[in-house]
Design a protein around this ligand. Structure first.
Ligand code: ATP
Ligand code: BTN
Length: 254
């Protein structure tokens, strides 16, 4: 903690040996009024969660499994932008660590050569008018080795170690939190435009042929851009452009 150069992120810092999910824990704290910037970090999660009620593999001491409480005063419809903002900040942090191949897969993953290094799970609480709090859960595989991965992740997951980046978790955490804080205040101070442009630069989704899987509706197209709300624009074969919200869709390369 002493080595953090951030002003707000991590000022209140909750460290746990083990927990079900840092997102659950952070929501509990947020409900009790925990301030913006509160960080909950754990060595392992017994029930780490991804989107769409999928699991997140969170073995002891191998990663950065953490959640950050935000209380921005923008409108709830803007909340999904936080995921994009975090993805940009994290990708820039990895570039700083020398991992230049890291790129963003819309909406919430960071990939290296098609394998997942990071997952982001943003949860919001509030009314239609006002955000009460946002919990941003971030899982970064740091020390995991290929042979330690469970069977179903062997071909789809990667870690900093597997990518040849030799860095201690505390050092990686410091770089990541600084980058997140910097990006967040840039968005609050100057708006989302610049971050959106950076997102476009860092994306591995734009320009790709993809399959969009929504409940009861799967279709193909080319990802052409994201709009100012962070929705993905997909041009389908008949030429029309669909606006895809992150909600409950999942995309696959074709
Ligand atoms: P996809 O791009 O595969 O559709 P998604 O973004 O729709 O992913 P999520 O729910 O965001 O899916 O991510 C959860 C998935 O991530 C799990 O189903 C699993 O395949 C994968 N996963 C779980 N734990 C890890 C981990 N530690 N590292 C990398 N991938 C993981
Ligand atoms: C995804 O790819 O679907 C998102 C995965 C998010 C994992 C992180 S690890 C810390 C936080 N706690 C959780 O239970 N999930 C997030």
């Amino acid at each position: 903690k002493q080595i953090l150069k951030t002003d707000v992120f991590g000022k209140r810092y909750v460290y746990m040996d083990t927990t079900e999910s840092t997102n659950l824990e952070a929501r509990r704290l947020a409900q009790q009024g925990a301030e913006e910037g509160t960080v909950v970090v754990t060595e392992e999660q017994a029930a780490g969660r991804g989107r769409l009620s999928r699991g997140w593999y969170s073995p002891f001491g191998k990663g950065l499994w953490f959640s950050l409480i935000l209380r921005p005063d923008f409108a709830p419809v803007e909340a999904p932008k936080c995921t994009l903002m975090a993805a940009v900040a994290l990708t820039k942090a990895f570039h700083k660590m020398g991992l230049t191949d890291a790129g963003i897969k819309w909406p919430n993953d960071i990939l290296v050569n098609g394998r997942k290094l990071v997952g982001i799970l943003t949860e919001m609480s509030g009314s239609m008018e006002e955000i009460s709090y946002i919990v941003m859960g971030i899982g970064v595989n740091v020390k995991t080795k290929q042979e330690e991965l469970p069977e179903e992740l062997k071909l789809i997951a990667t870690s900093l170690t597997m990518e040849g980046i030799d860095i201690e978790r505390t050092e990686a955490f410091k770089i990541i939190l600084e980058s997140l804080e910097h990006q967040y205040y840039e968005v609050l101070d100057s708006g989302f435009e610049e971050t959106l442009n950076e997102w476009r630069q860092l994306s591995v989704t734009l320009g790709e042929e993809i399959e969009v899987r929504a409940p009861g509706n799967t279709y193909e197209g080319v990802a052409t851009d994201i709009d100012e709300d962070g929705n993905l624009l997909v041009r389908i074969p008949d030429g029309t452009v669909k606006r895809v919200m992150a909600g409950d869709v999942s995309i696959r390369p074709r």
